[in-house]
Each structure stands twice: as structure tokens, then as C-alpha cells.
Design a binder for this molecule. Structure first.
Ligand code: FAD
Length: 516
């Protein structure tokens, strides 16, 4: 289809427009929509697409108020649509107001900036000129005053009011307001530095800075490592009582009582548990692989690579390592183009009868427990397993930088039961796995792709409210991983992230609690 040949995929959080859906998406939408009209052969469009994708990740939380979309005008089928919007050059960006009419051709972003920050600011300016009807999900963006604050709690039923003090040219207040729009029990307002009553009353001396203001006039400054957007957003989303709209309030009591069919196993979030890794192996080898009765060709090659990587790098107990090594040598000796899962299973179980060779049956989730039976567990175990393997491979210092990641790619592609997950992962691998040239960049690649998935899934139905999807590691568990550029944009300190990952997923950090 035209969507697949274009520059964007379903993983990009960009609405893919085509002749079929363009009207239903643009006409009468409750959100404002930015549309990129591009041609897949155009060099500037190709160069711009990573920026547009990263913009989509950056303003993901703004979606109910403003969405990003794209259409490939090079596709035959879309040509009429693009002419209809009078598109003459690529890429063209157009802004469509909420509740646009069918005849609307949008407003062009002339000479638009080619960086995420500039585009974000442009979108805010465009939103501010938005006439009535205002997109219903979009909170007020104008600055507030002492007078408004005085009556704020009479008209707004929220627990927290965050005030962001800033210079008039700063966008942080409006950005954070939009970042929080999907969260309840909190409102965010910007206060300009010349709003003397409030500035004097709170004793504000730094711009930007963020204060929490309570009914009755109490206030406290929000403590963050950097006075910058992402730090405010992260801290505000985690205030007590603040929850994502439509999600139950965070309830720590059911973490200690029995809310699943099994008793809750207390655990430390800064450790990795061997019980999770062994449970993942059990499920992978005995349940997931079993869905293929005959394993042949490419699939067999993927299985051989997976088992070989496990035998080499899994930091397991001797009994488990003996088993993995025995299966590995059996498997690598299979010269036929095909094996049956039954033969593999026999080997798995017979090896287990040998002394000192066993993989425990059944699953026992610890760090991967969910607050409900359908949350977390096996997929959490799969991520954890492969992070551990990339870190172990780095420590072993082998010569093939992509060894673990290509085995993961093969496993996910051929065996992982969650098919949309497999497709998204394959998209990411195709896009950038080639960039991995060292064992360290392999560790970082998996970390950053996992964060992309976290970004995409934040707020999704599959998110356990007790384990919100965040950009990991948080500033709480790794302060040194987070820095800001001169312009205030967040920047990961990759060196610090790498050393954090090497220690978090090292054998020393793996606990053997709850093993039988
Ligand atoms: P997980 O995301 O499973 O993470 C497990 C643990 O890893 C976390 O608790 C944390 O300690 C640590 N961690 C978190 N982020 C990072 C990071 N960036 N680097 C290193 N460690 C980290 N679900 C979908 O609904 N749609 C998908 O497209 C999808 N794609 C997936 C692709 C793959 C390859 C895998 C393995 C899973 C995918 N899933 C997908 C499942 C989803 O990513 C989660 O695994 C699942 O929702 C359980 O989430 P969780 O809260 O246990 O945390």
C-alpha cells in the first residue's frame, strides 16, 4: 500500500493519510492537525522525516489537542488529494484547526523550522491563534494573574496548581501545560516575570521556575535537577493524586495484598531478578516455541542463533547453563534443514533428567509482576533478558557487535507471540540496527529503542498504572543520565546511561530471591 512505501510507518505515532481516510481524519476533528505533504523521492523530505518522527515522540502527550499526520503525494493514489490542497512543493506543512470544514485547505507553515524545538514553538503559536471552537482537550495557554489565582480553586476542582514563572518569550509554561493535559488533578499555568503581585508574593527570583500553589495560599517550589521542561513534566506527572485521565488512582495497598491469583512478592525496583529471567526462558522455550510444530529454514537459523547466544551469555545458575549448553550443542549439530518442536522439547526435558541440568518448570514473576494478571510478566521478561544479554556480551568483549541484537531480531520476528510488537520491532531494526558497530552501541541501541516503545505505549490500555511507562532510567534513579542543552532541551548523557546499564544489568545486580 502507499502507506508502506512512504517515509513513515505505523510505529511513528503519525497519522498516515491516504485518499481513503483523509476526509474522515481532517474534517470535524476535535484536535487540531498538522499535516506534512511530502514526496517519498524528495531528498529534503527524506532528510526531514527523522525530525518529524522525533517531533511526534516529543509531543505525544499533546495528542488530544493536536495531532501530526503525513501524506505521500508521490503515491499515484494520493495525487488528487495533494492537488486538491494546492500542494506545489515538498515538504509542505499545513495546520488544520479543530472542527475544520471539508472545504478547508489549512494554513501553510511558511519557511517552517527544521528542528523539533522550533516546530513545537510554531505549533504553540498556531494553537494560540486558534479561534472558536477551541480544541476541547486543549487547556488555556495564556498567562495567569493574581486575580485569577485567587478564585482558581473555587472554579477548578484539582488538587494541584503548578505555576511556571518565566519570561514572556519562553515556551516552557505552555509546553508543560500541554504535556500534562492528559493528567487529572493538576492544572498548569504560566506566570510572566512582570506579574509583580505573584512574583513578589512567592519571592520568585529565577525564571523559569515552578511553584505548587494550594488553596489558602500555601506554596512550595518544585524541586528539580534542572529548571527545564522535561524535568517539570516528569515531576508533575508523579505528584501524589495525579493520574492519567481514565486510569484508576495509583493504589499502593494492592501491591501488598493479593490482587493476582498468586501472593505478591515484594521486590526492589533497582535490582534484576533471576526468577524473571528463568521464567522468561521457561515460557519462551516451552510455550512460545511450541506454537511451531516444524521449525525449518530461516526459522531454524533464528532458533540456532537464539540458543547459541543464550548458551554464551546467559548469566545463569550452573544447572541452567548446563542445560543451555547441552541443547545448544545438540541443536548446532542438527544438519537437516528442519526439526520438529517435539524433538527440541524432548531434548529440553531429557537434558533436564541428567544430574545438575535443569530449567525450572512454570513461571514465577518478581520484578516483572503486574498489579493485574494481564499486565507485564512475559514481555517485561523478554526486554529484561535481552538487556542482560547485550550487557553480558559487552563484558565478554566478543568481536561481533550485533550478535545479541540480531539473535533478538530473529527471535522476535519468528517467535514472539505479540505480532504487532514484532512488526514494530522489525521496523526499528530495519531503520537503524545497521548503526550498531560496537558492543557499547548495541547496549545503547536496545535501551533507546525500548524507550521509543515506552513513549509509544505511555497511557495505553496495556500500561500497568503501578508501573507507568517512562523514559527510563528516570532522573530519580539516574540523575547523572539527564542533562540539558544550552537551549534548555533535554539531553541524555550517553556515557552515564551506558555505565548505568552496565551496572544495572550486570550479574552483580541480579538477585536469586524466590528461586525454588
Ligand atoms: P517493560 O517495558 O516490559 O520493561 C521491563 C523493565 O525494563 C522495566 O520495568 C524497567 O525496569 C526496564 N526498562 C524500562 N525501560 C527500559 C529501557 N529503555 N532500557 C532498559 N531497561 C528498561 N507492547 C505493545 O502494546 N505494543 C508494542 O508494539 C510492543 N512492542 C514490544 C516489542 C518488544 C521487542 C517487546 C519485548 C515488548 C513489546 N511490547 C509491546 C510489550 C511492552 O513493551 C511491555 O513489555 C509490556 O507492556 C510490559 O511493560 P512493563 O511495564 O513490564 O515494562
Amino acid at each position: 500500500s502507499s502507506a508502506e512505501a512512504g517515509l513513515y510507518t505505523a510505529s511513528d505515532q503519525i497519522v498516515l493519510l491516504s485518499r481513503e481516510n483523509v476526509e474522515s481524519v481532517l474534517v470535524n476533528s476535535t484536535a487540531a492537525i498538522v499535516v506534512e505533504f511530502y514526496a517519498s523521492w524528495c531528498g529534503h523530505c527524506i532528510a526531514f522525516s527523522p525530525v518529524y518522527k522525533s517531533l511526534a515522540r516529543d509531543i505525544k502527550e499533546w495528542k488530544p489537542a493536536v495531532e501530526l499526520a503525513a501524506i505521500d503525494c508521490a503515491a499515484e493514489a494520493n495525487r488528487k488529494v495533494c492537488t486538491g490542497f494546492s500542494i506545489r512543493g515538498y515538504p509542505t506543512l499545513k495546520f488544520f484547526h479543530a472542527y475544520s470544514k471539508a472545504e478547508s485547505t489549512g494554513e501553510s507553515f511558511k519557511g517552517f523550522p527544521r528542528d523539533v524545538r522550533g516546530l513545537r514553538h510554531k505549533i504553540i503559536e498556531q494553537l494560540e491563534t486558534h479561534g472558536e471552537p477551541w480544541p476541547p482537550a486543549c487547556p488555556p495557554l495564556e498567562s495567569t494573574s493574581q486575580a485569577e489565582i485567587n478564585s482558581f480553586f473555587e472554579t477548578n476542582n484539582v488538587q494541584h496548581l503548578a505555576l511556571i514563572f518565566e519570561e514572556s518569550k519562553s515556551f516552557i509554561g505552555r509546553e508543560v501545560t500541554l504535556d500534562l493535559l492528559q493528567f487529572e488533578n493538576i492544572a498548569v499555568r504560566r506566570v510572566l516575570s512582570n506579574e509583580e503581585d505573584l512574583v513578589t508574593k512567592l519571592g520568585v527570583t529565577e525564571f523559569p521556575s515552578c511553584y505548587l500553589y494550594y488553596p489558602g495560599g500555601n506554596f512550595t517550589q518544585l524541586k528539580v535537577a534542572n529548571e527545564a521542561r522535561t524535568f517539570y513534566t516528569f515531576a508533575l506527572q508523579r505528584l501524589p493524586g495525579v493520574v492519567r485521565s481514565g486510569k484508576p488512582p495509583l493504589d499502593n495497598t494492592h501491591l501488598v495484598t493479593n490482587n493476582t491469583e498468586e501472593p505478591w512478592r515484594p521486590f526492589n525496583r533497582s535490582r534484576v531478578y533471576m526468577a524473571d529471567l528463568e521464567s522468561t526462558l521457561h515460557y519462551s522455550l516451552r510455550v512460545e516455541l511450541a506454537s511451531q510444530t516444524q521449525i525449518k529454514g530461516e526459522v531454524l537459523i533464528a532458533l540456532k542463533k537464539y540458543i547459541s547466544v543464550l548458551a554464551k551469555y546467559f548469566p545463569g545458575r550452573p544447572v541452567v547453563m548446563n542445560l543451555l549448553q547441552s541443547i545448544n550443542s545438540w541443536l548446532q549439530n542438527q544438519t537437516a534443514n528442519e526439526i520438529s518442536y517435539v524433538a527440541f522439547k524432548e531434548k529440553l526435558d531429557n537434558s533436564s533428567q541428567a544430574p545438575d541440568t535443569a530449567l525450572p518448570e512454570g513461571v514465577r514473576w518478581v520484578g516483572c509482576q503486574g498489579s493485574k494478571p494481564h499486565f507485564r510478566r512475559y514481555p517485561c521478561g523478554v526486554w529484561t533478558l535481552f538487556h542482560v544479554l547485550t550487557v553480558q556480551a559487552k563484558k565478554a568483549g566478543g568481536s561481533d557487535a550485533k550478535e545479541v541484537l540480531s539473535s533478538m531480531r530473529g527471535y522476535i520476528h519468528h517467535f514472539f507471540g505479540c505480532r504487532p510488537c514484532a512488526e514494530h520491532f522489525e521496523n526499528m531494526a530495519q531503520e537503524s540496527l545497521a548503526e550498531v558497530t560496537t558492543l557499547s552501541t548495541a547496549v545503547l541501541w536496545l535501551w533507546s529503542r525500548h524507550n521509543r516503545v515506552n513513549n509509544r505505549l505511555a497511557g495505553d490500555l496495556s500500561e500497568d498504572p503501578n508501573f507507568p511507562k517512562i523514559q527510563w532510567p528516570s532522573p530519580e534513579i539516574c540523575p547523572a543520565c539527564h542533562t540539558v542543552k544550552d537551549n534548555g532541551e533535554h539531553r541524555w548523557n550517553h556515557e552515564q546511561v551506558l555505565s548505568f546499564l552496565l551496572s544495572h544489568f550486570s550479574s552483580n545486580n541480579i538477585l536469586s530471591d524466590y528461586l525454588e
